[in-house]
Design a protein around this ligand. Sequence first.
Ligand SMILES: Nc1nc2c(ncn2[C@@H]2O[C@H](COP(=O)(O)OP(=O)(O)OP(=O)(O)O)[C@@H](O)[C@H]2O)c(=O)[nH]1
Ligand SMILES: [Mg+2]
Length: 198
Amino acid sequence: MTSCLVLGKPNVGKTLFSLRFAFFLGARVVRLARAGEERTWASEEMAARELVSDQPHQTLAVQRLALEIRARKGSRRFDLVDTGGLTDEIPASQAVREAQAETLGLLRQAGVILHMVDASRILSPGAVEAAGEVDAQLFRFGRTRGAYLILANKMDLDGATEGLGEVRRRFAGAPVVPLSARTGLGFGEVKRHVRRHL
Ligand SMILES: Nc1nc2c(ncn2[C@@H]2O[C@H](COP(=O)(O)OP(=O)(O)OP(=O)(O)O)[C@@H](O)[C@H]2O)c(=O)[nH]1
Ligand SMILES: [Mg+2]
């Protein structure tokens, strides 16, 4: 199954986006496979209450959503893979180190790489969401692949417009989609990108 990886620093909005994007593509429930178990929620709100948090490292195991993109010429199935946040430094917590190792292990076979940054915090030094060396490394790795896309998330927040300029400067040459996992801004563009590369 082709996988579409959602990667980035902690707290940038990977999980909220993954849940909302699943519904945007027409999923009726959230069915998520994690650490060998499958869980189902009836709505994105119920899933988000449990899986999304303003604390970094909420996601500690890769979470797969089996999805389908419908197109005129038939539909395509793929796995949307929400991952644990990556950091510049090796984290003190063993659980976070394991989550990061699991995430990096998936990079090579990914059909599509969605690299998410927080446009509202990219220029906030010291913030966990600020862009860092790990973003530069993901960019270096990802841009050699055709299916790499940068998601500039949290465009609904103050400072995100200036942040978007910085995202485009830092990652010049890569396609960037201004996004809000909260409002749904940019979801259609992400869908078109994923569909093109499946
Ligand atoms: N305003 C706003 N808040 C957002 C947006 N996307 C995510 N958030 C908030 O950002 C926080 C982190 O969201 P998550 O989806 O848990 O982030 P994550 O990248 O999965 O975080 P980890 O699993 O810890 O790596 C939560 O408080 C979300 O509600 C957005 O587009 N706009
Ligand atoms: Mg998460």
